[in-house]
Design a protein around this ligand. Structure first.
Ligand SMILES: [Zn+2]
Length: 278
């Protein structure tokens, strides 16, 4: 099973968005006010050609990601602090999958690690897929509080109604899981912190695991250093999630792949695991 990583454009964030300090909301305000930006970072999506059917994890940004939509006033600051670069429709996830020989209409399941705009921007490419979102994430995105928290529901397809995940199966480390495939090799675990209902995807391959991490941390170094980003509302949950991922990686070789680190693709290609004794 050859798993593909593809990036739909890039994103630059402020350095204090990528690596925050102090407690919320001061940490967020410092991230929004920081004049310094990172280099362009990837927005990884993953294509898993499982025998049960094609699975896609996250869907990137649309080509009009920088066009203004209705925002609560503070979202102007978010737009300044996190800027997208994408050249046109051919950079969206659908055309990129076709270039790799996959037909997006064949995709059986689209897993969304969370509902931020750089992960849910390609939903329209998958007319036949079931969309999977953690129940806590779906709830967090609703209503005024969801809008204030930056969820852009107005960009979702009008009929977007994902299947919500409750992680009802036992899992000793993450407290629950949801298995996607009959062979048990692909499953979802709750990894809250960056958002209230963030999830990660684990693909078991032989003696090692691929950990598709979304935004649990922006880099592997941040995971190892238990470094918070600038925008996670609950630092406590983010720290707990970091600890659980490291506990998982102590049990078996684990290839850790955050959505916004270039090295994720290299680690996938080389099956380069987190250091032993992490
Ligand atoms: Zn993201």
């Amino acid at each position: 099973m050859h798993i593909h990583a593809l990036t739909t454009g890039t994103v630059t964030v402020t350095t204090r968005w990528q690596s925050g300090s102090g407690s919320y909301p001061g940490r967020l305000l410092r991230a929004l006010a920081d004049p310094h930006h990172t280099e362009p970072l990837p927005i990884w999506c993953f294509v898993i050609p499982h025998p049960d059917g094609l699975i896609v994890v996250d869907s990137g940004i649309p080509h009009n990601a920088n066009q203004p939509v209705w925002f609560p006033p503070h979202m102007r600051l978010v737009q300044r602090a996190a800027r997208f670069q994408i050249t046109g429709p051919q950079d969206e996830i659908g055309p990129q999958m076709r270039a790799l020989g996959f037909d997006p209409t064949d995709v059986r399941q689209v897993v969304l690690t969370h509902l931020h705009q750089d992960h849910d921007g390609g939903l329209h490419h998958f007319p036949n897929a079931e969309f999977l979102v953690a129940r806590a994430e779906w709830r967090a995105a609703q209503g005024i509080s969801g809008s204030m928290a930056g969820y852009l529901r107005q960009r979702w397809p009008a009929d977007f109604q994902p299947k919500t995940i409750d992680f009802a199966e036992p899992d000793a480390i993450f407290g629950g899981r949801a298995t996607l495939t009959r062979d048990g090799s692909v499953y979802l675990v709750p990894t809250p912190g960056h958002t209230p209902g963030h999830l990660s995807v684990i693909v078991q391959q032989g003696d090692h695991a691929l950990f598709i991490a979304g935004d649990t941390s922006y880099t592997q170094a941040a995971l190892l250093g238990d470094q918070l980003d600038g925008v996670s509302r609950s630092g406590q949950l983010a720290h707990q999630t970091h600890g659980r991922i490291r506990a998982f990686a102590r049990q078996q070789p684990t290839v850790y792949m955050p959505a916004h680190e270039w090295a994720s693709r290299d680690r996938l290609a080389a099956r380069e695991a987190l250091p032993a004794g992490v």
